[in-house]
Ligand binder design. Structure first.
Ligand SMILES: Nc1ncnc2c1ncn2[C@@H]1O[C@H](COP(=O)(O)OP(=O)(O)OP(=O)(O)O)[C@@H](O)[C@H]1O
Ligand SMILES: [Mg+2]
Length: 432
């Protein structure tokens, strides 16, 4: 189990001030943080979590909530007042300084908001700095740095000095320096917070890309909710030293643990956070390709819909049939549904963000179908569901027809038609 866990925090406490141990003891006995200010500041209170290898774990919270203190305990820069940290299976609390440096060097690099680049060294040598400290020969470190410098989008800038770079580029050099040492874990404390919005967004996208290419474990601190939601596989929300919720962005948006988190997330750009699979509805108006038009018509009648999704083996999406076409087939006594299946279904993959769906949804009169890589129909997203998710209001589409436009024929007309056209000797289970 532990090989999948990169960092584990176990009941971590950190107090500053006159009597840190006492602060923690009182907190553990149930005292309130604010009642202990005469003894010290409780910066982190009882934080426990596991960061899985290869995930982006975001720690989010307002200024002063304890984020930086927490992250500094994770790489041993700060000793916890109580509790323990395990890095790649090695407990780091209380180990000798030499050993700790080793764990840090081989496992963890860090990127800060203002990265201290060496002003008289080139981009390439700044990026290679960590290797220099490790005593790696010049040629090798330049070679390793070169490939990372290209990865972070600085090709062509290798021989510039930091002063010749924009803020965003300097931050890329900082990121390159952290990546060059090729540690499994990257700790990033407000690494993009000083950048202007467009550059910042670019860096966020690039980080996600780098992560999926290099498979690093990233712990990313931010007080920006949109950034947290965009980057995080999971997010820990901190308040006054405590972690008040850990969850996926979808979890936190749709099921905030308390009013504090709910208030925090109310202004988030939901379209960029919520995913298709997070908001989709079960597809009900579904018929099997082999079922035939009479069954399809009955399904549509019962659900009061104007269309039905047609699926083949393993619920793979074949297309859609419309009630007018099905009615025509039934009246004509035809039995092959495949003749009228249309392929004009808008589809989207489950991980897509809602922001990728607007155009599809506008252009498609039917709900957008969510399908996996094997084309299996996982669910549907009608426009009303999309709007409800964006507006953070519950959608009650369970009770209404979710295939737009509404049914062309009334239930009575359909029932009547089914009866009139019923094969002479077949029982259809309905009234005869
Ligand atoms: N070295 C220190 N000595 C005393 N108090 C400290 C120290 N470092 C942090 N604190 C206090 O601990 C609390 C948490 O600080 P921390 O820097 O971890 O917050 P943060 O969430 O990173 O805030 P920001 O978003 O402003 O960076 C604050 O009340 C801070 O004043
Ligand atoms: Mg901080």
């Amino acid at each position: 189990m532990s090989e999948n866990i990169a960092i584990s925090a176990h009941h971590l406490y950190k107090a500053f001030g006159r009597k840190p141990k006492e602060v923690v003891k009182k907190l553990q006995a149930g005292a309130d943080r604010s009642s202990l200010s005469h003894l010290g500041t409780a910066a982190v209170i009882d934080a426990s979590f596991d960061v899985k290898a290869g995930e982006i774990f975001v720690v989010m919270g307002l200024s002063g909530s304890g984020k930086s203190t927490l992250i500094r305990m994770l790489n041993g820069l700060l000793e916890p007042t109580s509790g323990s940290v395990t890095v790649m299976g090695t407990p780091i609390s209380g180990i000798p300084a030499q050993k700790l440096r080793e764990v840090r060097r081989s496992n963890i690099s860090m990127v800060f908001q203002h990265f201290a680049l060496l002003p008289h060294r080139t981009v390439l040598d700044n990026a290679a700095y960590g290797l220099e400290v490790q005593g790696i020969p010049l040629a090798e470190r330049r070679e390793r740095a070169q490939s990372i410098v290209e990865r972070v989008g600085l090709a062509g800038w290798e021989s510039k000095l930091p002063g010749e770079l924009s803020g965003g580029m300097q931050q890329r050099v900082g990121l390159a320096r952290a990546l060059v040492s090729d540690t499994d874990i990257l700790l990033m404390d407000e690494a993009f917070s000083a950048l202007d919005p467009l550059i910042r967004r670019e860096m966020q996208e690039q980080l996600v890309e780098l992560q999926s290419e290099l498979g690093k474990t990233i712990i990313f601190i931010t007080h920006d909710l949109n950034e947290a939601m965009f980057l995080g596989n999971r997010i820990a929300v901190m308040r006054d030293g405590r972690i008040v919720q850990v969850g996926t962005p979808d979890d936190i948006l749709t099921d905030p643990a308390n009013d504090y988190v709910a208030q925090f997330v109310q202004d988030v750009d939901r379209a960029r956070v919520l995913t298709a699979s997070g908001v989709m509805e079960p597809a009900k108006s579904v018929v099997s390709a082999s079922a035939g038009p009479r069954a399809a018509l009955r399904t549509m009648r019962d659900l009061q819909t104007s269309a039905a999704f047609v699926v083949g083996n393993g619920r793979t999406l074949v297309g859609v049939v419309r009630d007018k076409d099905v009615m025509r087939q039934v009246r004509a006594g035809e039995t092959d549904l495949s003749l009228i299946v249309r392929n004009d279904v808008a589809t989207i993959e489950p991980d897509a963000h809602l922001s990728d769906m607007f155009e599809l949804s506008v252009e498609s009169p039917l709900p957008v179908a969510v399908i996996d890589d094997k084309k299996r129909l996982l669910g549907v997203i009608p426009r009303v569901t999309l709007l409800a998710a964006l507006g953070n209001v519950p959608s009650h589409t369970g009770e209404v027809a979710i295939v737009e436009p509404p049914a062309t024929y009334s239930m009575e007309v359909i029932t009547e038609t089914l009866r009139e056209t019923a094969p002479a000797f077949a029982s259809e289970g309905g009234t005869r």
